[in-house]
Design a binder for this molecule. Sequence first.
Ligand SMILES: Nc1ncnc2c1ncn2[C@@H]1O[C@H](COP(=O)(O)OP(=O)(O)OP(=O)(O)O)[C@@H](O)[C@H]1O
Ligand SMILES: Nc1nc(=O)c2ncn([C@H]3C[C@H](O)[C@@H](CO)O3)c2[nH]1
Length: 333
Amino acid sequence: MSRAAPLTFVLRSMSLNSVSVRNIKSRSRVFPLFILGGYSKSAVICRCLGSNTYHKLCIANKIAKTRLMTKTPSSSAQLHIDTKHMDSLSRVKRVSIEGNIAVGKSTFARLLQSQNQDWEVAQEPISKWQSVESTSSQAVGSAQPTVSNLLQMMYQDPQRWSYTFQTFSCMSRMRTQLQPPPARLLYAQGTPVQVFERSVYSDRYIFALNMFELGCISAVEWAVYQDWHSFLLEQFGHRAQLEGIIYLQAPPETCMARLRKRGRGEERGVQLTYLEKLHVQHENWLVNKSTELHFEHLKQVPVLTVDASVEFERDPEVQERLITQVQTFFSGL
Ligand SMILES: Nc1ncnc2c1ncn2[C@@H]1O[C@H](COP(=O)(O)OP(=O)(O)OP(=O)(O)O)[C@@H](O)[C@H]1O
Ligand SMILES: Nc1nc(=O)c2ncn([C@H]3C[C@H](O)[C@@H](CO)O3)c2[nH]1
C-alpha cells in the first residue's frame, strides 16, 4: 500500500469536541474529537499520514496526556499524541502529601520545592475556602458581593456547613489536580513530579467520611456526595490519578501542639478528639488498608510513610535524610 506524502496542518482552535486545523497548503478541516486526555490550545501541529486513517498530533508546547480518538467523516481513525513532548508529559508523576491537620504538610512541601527543580508543589487551596464570594438574590442590580469564610463557617457550625464545605473543597482539589504541569517539568533531567497537598481522595476517605461518621453530614448528604464524587472521578479521574502518596505520620498530640503553635483563627475550637478521629481515618486508609475504596487504581498506589513527629523544620541532617527517602520513592514510581 503506497503512502501519500505527509500533509502538515497547524492548529487553529481546539475545543472539547473538535479540533480545527488549517492545511498549510490552504485547505481547512475540522476533526471531531473524543478527548480522552488533557489538551492544549496552543502550538499543535497535525500531520496527516496517508489518507484519513492516521493522524499524528505533535504538541509543540505541552499538555494532552494520553490519546485522542477521532472519527473523520470518511473513516474512523485514531489520533495519537506521541511526540517526545508527550513522552515527557507521561513521565511526570503525580503524588499527594497526606496527613493530619498541622502535621507539617505545607512545611514539608516547601522543603521539597526548595530541593529539586523537577518537583512542583501545588498547595491546598485554603485561601479559596476562606473567601467565597456570593451575592444576595433579593437585591438584584444593587447587590453587593459578600465574602464568606466557609472554613470558619464549617468549624463553627459543622452540621449546617460540612456538606457545603466538602463540595467546595473537593471541586477546588479537582481543579488543582487537573492543572497541567509547568513546562519546565517536561524538560526535567530526573523524575519530574507534581506534588499535591492533599487530594480528591482524602477529601472523601478522610474528611467527608469523618464528618459523616460524626453525624455532621447526614446519610442523604453522604449518599449524594459519594454519588457525584464517583461520577466526577469516573469522568475525569484518569487525568487526576496519583502514582504515589506520601503519608506524614505523627501522633495526634503532636499535631495538636503544632496546630496551637500555628494559631490559625478558624481552628481555635479544634479539639484533640477531632484530630484523633482524623488520625484513625488516615491509618485505616493508608496503613491498615481497611477503608473501603471505590477506585481500583487507588488500591494499588504506593504509599511512603514518613515519620513526621521529628523536628525537620530547622534540622538540615533530618531534612537530607527525608529528601533522600522521597527521592528514592519518586524514582521507583
Ligand atoms: N517537623 C516539624 N517539627 C516541628 N514543627 C513543625 C514541623 N513541621 C511543621 N511544623 C510547624 O507546625 C505548624 C503546622 O505546620 P504546617 O502548616 O506545615 O501544617 P499542615 O499539615 O500543612 O497543616 P494543614 O493541615 O492545616 O494544612 C507550623 O507552625 C509549622 O511551623
Ligand atoms: N472538614 C474538612 N474537610 C476537608 O476536606 C478539609 N480539608 C482541609 N480541611 C481543614 C483542615 C485545616 O483546618 C484546614 C487546612 O488544611 O482546612 C478540611 N476540613
